[in-house]
Structure formats: structure tokens, C-alpha cells
Design a binder for this molecule. Structure first.
Ligand code: ATP
Ligand code: MG
Length: 277
């Protein structure tokens, strides 16, 4: 509603002009747009969750199948060996079931900001957690993973499962990029840089295809055949890194390799923060 005063030639108020406009239609349309944007966000989220859960599920299925094979081939004297392999297999299965649970919890947390989480991660602990099963995948592709010592790297401000998710996605991409050629190397490093920690995943693979270079962090951008890549890995990494006020960079040269760097904040103890301010 717009109201304006009406005056005569001497400036004396003699009345008001009132213009009313019915905006209920415009408002309904706007609500519709908001609603459909929400639905699109839910769709993206569901696709992201499906993608993240696929990694641990693949490991669970593989280990379970392996245990089945072991069980089928068991004979008297092998019993001690078999027990150890079973124990290792079961530990791996439990770890990956936990990962699935963390991912679904995170999804629920997204819906209803639930419990507070510990937002501090140790780079070495994250690598210890994920490397055993990534190394298996790398061995199959004849790819060597070189892990630089990162013993004195400070803890970083990010939830540990999320850091693991980023590293899994970057390392898996490198392995997949070199699988066709049948050999390659991946170098993992971490360095302290002032108030930041820089994590580096470098490979000597084919480099990033020109067709996807400019849209690398957009969802659904992939050069992999249908059914093999959803093109969500890097967009998930980007989303996580941004949420923690970090950065992700990439450098790549055809036939030479690709380097991804993730920059995260050093986590300061609350007491240290207090004495600083
Ligand atoms: N280390 C790398 N070397 C070469 N190309 C890469 C590398 N990392 C990513 N890419 C390219 O970037 C594209 C997008 O990667 P992203 O992880 O987002 O999706 P994806 O790996 O194709 O699918 P998903 O991660 O869902 O399985 C890949 O399809 C690939 O072409
Ligand atoms: Mg990927």
C-alpha cells in the first residue's frame, strides 16, 4: 500500500491518495521458488550422502567377500592364520560401519542442528585411519603411495571424519586417474605455514582433462563413464573446506601430474586463545 499526501496550490493538505496492490499472487510464486530450491538442495544432499556412503560400503562388501573365501578354503593347520585374518577383517568392517554411521549422523545434524561436535583433527591419525584400505586399492592399480613424515604438524580445525572424507576423495581421484595407464605415484605431505596447515596430495598421473578444468569443483562434473563417477567428489571436498574457512587449490599439467592442496586453520587450545585476546 502506498499513501501520498495531496496539497492545494498554497501547500495546504487537502487529502491523501492511496494505492493498494494485491501481491498475494507474487508472494505465492516466490514461495514456490523457495520451495523448489529447497527440494533441489535436498536432492544434492541426498546425492552427496549416497556418494560418501559408497566408499565405506565398497570396503565392507570387499572384506566380507574375502572372509567368505577364506572360510571356504579353511583346513586344519591353517586355523591360526585364519583367525588373525578374520580378526583384521572384522576390525575393518567395524571401522567402516562406523564411518557410515558418522555420515548419516552428519546428515541428521544438517536437518536439526543436533549435538556439538569436536572440530579438531589430527592429520596423522586421519591418514592412519584411511590409508590401509586405500593402499589396497592402489596396489591393484600398481600405484605407490609415498607418505611424508608429518609428525610435528599441529592439529587442524575440522571434524576428523570430514578431513578423512577430503583425503579419501583426493587420493581416490589420483588412483583412478592412473589406473588406465597401470602405474604411478602419489605423494602425501603436510606443512605448517603460520596459522595454517597445508596438506598436499600430488600424483604423476595424466593431469586434469581440459574439458573439466574450469568447472572442477562444480557438482556432477566428471570425465568418468556413466555408473563409475558421479562427479561429486570434488564438490563435496570444496563444500567441506569452505565450511571450515579453508581453501582448496589445484595445479595440473598434462602428462606430468596433478597437485591438490588443502589449507586448513591450525586448531588453538581454548586457553591459548584466551591469553591471546
Ligand atoms: N588427480 C587427478 N588427475 C586427473 N584428473 C582428475 C584428478 N582428480 C580429479 N580429476 C578429474 O576431475 C573430475 C571430477 O572429479 P570428482 O572427484 O569431482 O568426480 P569423479 O571422480 O569423476 O566422480 P566421483 O568422485 O563422484 O566418483 C574427474 O572425473 C577427473 O576427470
Ligand atoms: Mg572422485
Amino acid at each position: 500500500m502506498t499513501l501520498s499526501q495531496l496539497a492545494d496550490s498554497t501547500g495546504q493538505p487537502i487529502g491523501t491518495v492511496e494505492i493498494s496492490r494485491d501481491i498475494s499472487q507474487r508472494r505465492a510464486l516466490m514461495n514456490q521458488v523457495i520451495q523448489s530450491e529447497r527440494l533441489a538442495a535436498v536432492g544434492r544432499l541426498a546425492a552427496g550422502v549416497a556418494h560418501e556412503i559408497n566408499n565405506p560400503l565398497a570396503v565392507i562388501a570387499e572384506v566380507a567377500g574375502y572372509l567368505e573365501d577364506v572360510l571356504a578354503g579353511i583346513s586344519g593347520d591353517e586355523k591360526v592364520n585364519v583367525e588373525r585374518e578374520f580378526q583384521e577383517g572384522l576390525t575393518t568392517i567395524a571401522a567402516h560401519v562406523n564411518r557410515c554411521r558418522d555420515i548419516t549422523h552428519r546428515l541428521l545434524g544438517f536437518a536439526r542442528k543436533s549435538e556439538a561436535r569436536l572440530e579438531v583433527a589430527d592429520v596423522n591419525a586421519a591418514l592412519d585411519e584411511i590409508l590401509p584400505f586405500l593402499e589396497k586399492e592402489a596396489r591393484l592399480a600398481n600405484v605407490r603411495i609415498h607418505r611424508q613424515d608429518a609428525a610435528n604438524i599441529p592439529q587442524v580445525s575440522i571434524e576428523e571424519v570430514q578431513l578423512e572424507e577430503i583425503l579419501i576423495n583426493l587420493i581416490t581421484n589420483s588412483i583412478q586417474a592412473m589406473t588406465k595407464r597401470g602405474h604411478g605415484n602419489i605423494w602425501l605431505a603436510a606443512a605448517e605455514d603460520g596459522d595454517k596447515v597445508i596438506l598436499t596430495v600430488r600424483d604423476d598421473g595424466p593431469g586434469i582433462d581440459e574439458s573439466v578444468r574450469d568447472r572442477l569443483f562444480d557438482p556432477f562434473v566428471s570425465t568418468k563413464p556413466q555408473g563409475q563417477g558421479t562427479g561429486l567428489g570434488l564438490s563435496i571436498c570444496y563444500g567441506i573446506v569452505k565450511r571450515y574457512d579453508g581453501e582448496i587449490r589445484v595445479e595440473s599439467k598434462p602428462a606430468e601430474g596433478t597437485t591438490f592442496q588443502v589449507v586448513l586453520r591450525v586448531h588453538h587450545m581454548p586457553s591459548r586463545n584466551k591469553s591471546r585476546s
